[in-house]
Design a protein around this ligand. Structure first.
Ligand code: 8Y7
Length: 283
């Protein structure tokens, strides 16, 4: 495992993430609420129970998202996104001991969920929406910047790179500079290669293989490959059969120095992390 070149204590709101170790971030998708209050309550309760199960399994972060980034997904209004996410953030903050990451690009959602106890902003658009940089800066929270080109709707239209690693690095560096300019220091940044975002299978595999190159940017890496199509394409597996491929990539990412693994299958990934940590801490 690569030893960190940065201070490993990252304050995330009222909690601290120790990036000397590898952490598992559990994915919590908050689906549309029904119109009845009963339905709303039961869906919030289901979200809390799913989050709790992931925390019990060992997740130190829960990534709460209310807007699908799948190509062709319906656009969600800021108000609708807020109504989905905010009550769940509030509930998890009250009931569980975990860092809440909010998967959002929306300034109002960034501001309001920070007020309700979120500890990390995870924006697949790297704060490129109007007002997002200022909103994130105002929260004082750390931010995960992810590489993507275009928008989720059109990003997979024949992606092409001259020099993939150099272009991903340059993009992330430019976003770090934009953050610094509004008062989000590098010390508050997490970086993500953005697997599956504007990348072909060969791009994803090559980016994964050469991920260590991103350590030169001096910030911790987050990797999200759980159940993604790069596993499906490499192995010929439908989404329900991508667990073992995902665990192989989780192990490889950890050995390559990634500090946060964003996954659906928390218990299984925790065993991978603990097993590698046991070997790495041996004499
Ligand atoms: C990622 C992500 C998604 C990722 C970060 C999916 C929200 C697609 N992927 N955030 N979000 N990194 N930081 O399949 O790779 O989970 S959504």
């Amino acid at each position: 495992m690569t030893s960190a070149l940065y201070p490993t204590r990252l304050p995330c709101g009222n909690r601290v993430l120790d990036l000397a170790h590898t952490h598992v971030m559990g994915i919590l998708n908050v689906t549309p609420d029904s119109f009845s209050d009963g339905g709303r309550f039961s869906q919030r309760d289901a979200a809390l129970r799913h989050a709790e199960a992931m925390v019990v399994a060992g997740a130190t972060l829960i990534d709460v998202g209310g807007e699908s980034t799948r190509p062709g997904a319906r656009v969600v209004s800021p108000l609708e996104e807020l109504e989905r996410i905010a009550p769940v953030v509030e509930l998890i903050n009250r009931e569980l001991d975990v860092i809440i990451s909010v998967d959002t690009s929306t300034p109002a959602v960034i501001r309001e969920t920070a007020r309700l106890g979120a500890g990390l902003i995870n924006d697949v658009r790297s704060l490129r929406r109007d007002g997002a940089l200022d909103a994130a800066a105002a929260t004082g929270l750390p931010v995960c910047l992810m590489h993507m080109r275009g928008e989720p709707g059109d990003m997979q239209d024949n992606p092409h790179y001259q020099d993939l690693m150099a272009e991903v690095s340059a993009f992330l560096l430019e976003r770090m500079q934009q953050c610094a300019a509004v008062g989000i220091p590098n010390e508050r940044i997490i970086l993500d290669p953005g697997f599956g975002f504007a990348k072909s299978l060969q791009h994803n595999l090559s980016l994964f293989k050469h991920m260590e190159g991103l350590h030169a940017l001096g910030r911790p890496l987050l990797v999200g490959v759980s159940r993604k199509s790069m596993i499906g394409q490499a192995l010929g597996r439908p989404v329900a059969e991508r667990l073992y491929g995902g665990l192989a990539l989780a192990a490889l990412a950890m050995v390559k120095g990634a500090r946060i693994l964003r996954v659906h299958d928390v218990a299984e990934t925790i065993d991978v992390v603990r097993m590698i940590a046991a070997v790495e801490s041996a004499e």
